[in-house]
Design a protein around this ligand. Structure first.
Ligand SMILES: *Cc1c(COP(=O)(O)O)cnc(C)c1O
Length: 390
C-alpha cells in the first residue's frame, strides 16, 4: 500500500468503527465485566487491544495507534498528552540515575531544558553533539551511555542528520536510538528502515493539522515496545478520546495538506533566495541547508516549515518586519493550515556543541495553505518595513 492509501485506510477496522467510516469517540474510564472470566481475559490482553481500563485507551485510541504504528513502520504506538510528553515519556522509560544520554545540539528547546533541568536532577547526564557529527559520534559514547537522541532536521536551524550512520554506530554500542521525527511527519521518511528504535511525533503539528489539539506519539520497534508501553502506562500518560478523534481526522488529509504546504513553501523559499536581504535559506530541500545531502537521500518530501538567515538586521528592523503582517501570524508551533512567522533571537545561547553567529538574524516561517502569491506579497511589504527600519 502506498502512503496516500495508508493514510485513508489504516485504523478503520470494523472492530473499532462498528461499520461507520470513522472510529467514534468512545468515552470511558471504566470497563464493566460480567464474569470473572471476562475480567481475566481483558487483563491478560490489556496490552493488545482489549478494553481493560480507560488509561490504557479504548477503541478510538486503538484505531489511531494502529494507524500511526503502521505508517511510521513500527510495531506499537504509545499516546501522550503533548509532543513534549512523548519525548519525556520515551526518555524516562529507558533512562535511570547514572545513565548517560547523547542529545543533538539543535534539539527542540524544551527537550534541551528537560535534559538540563529535570534529567540532570535525576542523575542522568547529557552530552550534546553536533548534528553533523556523523561517524564521529563514536568518540562521545561512554561506558554508561544508554540513549542516542536525534532530531532531524533540528529545530530552528534545520540541520539534517545522517540517521543511518548514527544508528549503526549506536547499535554497535548497544544504545537505544530515539528520533524526534516531527518534521517528516509519519509519511516523509522511514525511520525504522534507517535503524531508529523509537520514533516520536509531536502530533500537535501536522497530524492534527488544525492547531486545535496537543498530542504526542512514540512508536517503537519490537525490541523496545513492551518497556515503552508499560513504563509510559506507569507514569500515567493518557489522552482524551475527543482529542484522539480530532487527530485521527487530521490524519486522513495529511497527504494532500503536506503536498500543498511543500509546494507553497518551495515557491516562497525560491522567491526569498532572490531577495538581496537574505543571506541563505535553512530549508532542507536547498543546498545551503547543512546536511542537505541527507535530506535528498532519506526524505521523500519537504513541507511548510523552514527558516532563513538575513545578511543584517536588529531588533528594530526585525520587529518592523514581523509586526503588521497581513497573513503571517506570530506564534510558536507550526503544522496547522495557517502561516506563521517568528523572529528568533538568542540561538547562540541554545547551542553548546556547535556555535551560531547571532549577528545575522534568523526568521522561521511556517507556510500554510493560503494563496502563495498573497504570502509573497505579505513578505515583500515586510521587507519594505524592514529596510526602512534598518
Ligand atoms: C512542537 C514540537 C515538539 C513538542 O510538541 P508539543 O505538542 O508542543 O509538546 C517536539 N518536537 C518538535 C520538533 C516540535 O516542533
Amino acid at each position: 500500500m502506498k502512503k496516500e492509501t495508508q493514510i485513508v485506510s489504516l485504523g478503520r477496522d470494523k472492530k473499532w468503527t462498528k461499520g461507520v467510516i470513522n472510529p467514534p469517540v468512545f468515552r470511558a474510564s471504566t470497563m464493566l465485566f460480567e464474569t470473572m472470566e471476562e475480567m481475566r481475559f481483558a487483563t491478560k490482553n490489556r496490552a493488545n487491544g482489549e478494553m481493560f481500563y480507560g488509561r490504557r485507551g479504548g477503541p478510538t485510541h486503538f484505531a489511531f495507534q494502529a494507524a500511526i504504528a503502521e505508517l511510521e513502520g513500527g510495531v506499537g504506538t504509545a499516546l501522550y498528552p503533548s509532543g513534549s510528553a512523548a519525548i519525556s515519556g520515551a526518555l524516562l522509560s529507558f533512562l535511570k540515575a547514572g545513565d548517560h544520554l547523547l542529545m543533538v545540539d539543535n534539539a527542540y528547546e524544551p527537550t534541551r531544558a528537560l535534559c538540563d533541568n529535570l534529567l540532570a536532577g535525576y542523575g542522568i547526564e547529557t552530552t550534546y553533539y553536533d548534528p553533523l557529527i556523523g561517524a564521529g559520534i563514536k568518540d562521545l559514547i561512554q561506558e554508561n551511555t544508554k540513549v542516542l537522541f536525534l532530531e532531524s532536521p533540528g529545530s530552528i536551524t534545520m540541520e539534517i542528520q545522517d540517521v543511518p550512520t548514527l544508528s549503526r554506530i549506536a547499535h554497535e554500542n548497544d544504545l537505544i536510538v530515539m528520533l524526534d521525527n516531527t518534521w517528516a511527519s509519519p509519511i516523509n521518511s522511514r525511520p525504522f528502515e534507517m535503524g531508529v528504535d523509537i520514533s516520536i511525533q509531536a502530533a500537535t503539528k501536522y497530524i492534527v493539522g488544525h492547531s486545535d489539539v496537543m498530542m504526542g506519539t512514540a512508536t517503537s520497534n519490537e525490541k523496545y515496545w513492551d518497556q515503552l508501553r508499560e513504563h509510559s502506562y506507569l507514569m500515567g500518560y493518557c489522552t482524551s478520546p475527543d482529542d484522539v478523534y480530532l487527530a485521527s481526522r487530521g490524519l486522513r488529509t495529511l497527504g494532500v495538506r503536506m503536498a500543498q504546504h511543500e509546494k507553497n513553501a518551495l515557491k516562497v523559499a525560491n522567491w526569498l533566495a532572490t531577495r538581496p536581504e537574505v543571506d541563505h535559506l535553512r530549508h532542507p530541500a536547498f543546498e545551503s541547508c547543512p546536511g542537505h545531502e541527507f535530506f535528498e537521500r532519506d526524505f521523500s518530501a519537504s513541507n511548510g516549515l523552514f527558516s532563513f538567515v538575513l545578511k543584517e538586521g536588529n531588533l528594530k528592523s526585525i520587529t518592523a518586519l514581523v509586526e503588521n503582517m497581513a497573513h503571517f501570524k506570530m506564534g510558536f508551533s507550526w503544522g496547522g493550515y495557517e502561516s506563521l512567522i517568528l523572529g528568533v533571537f538568542g540561538i547562540d545561547k541554545l547551542r553548546t556543541a556547535t556555535t551560531w553567529d547571532s549577528s545575522k538574524p534568523l526568521i522561521r516561517l511556517h507556510i500554510g495553505l493560503e494563496n502563495v502569491d498573497d504570502l509573497i506579497a505579505d513578505l515583500e511589504a515586510g521587507f519594505e518595513r524592514f529596510n526602512a527600519a534598518l
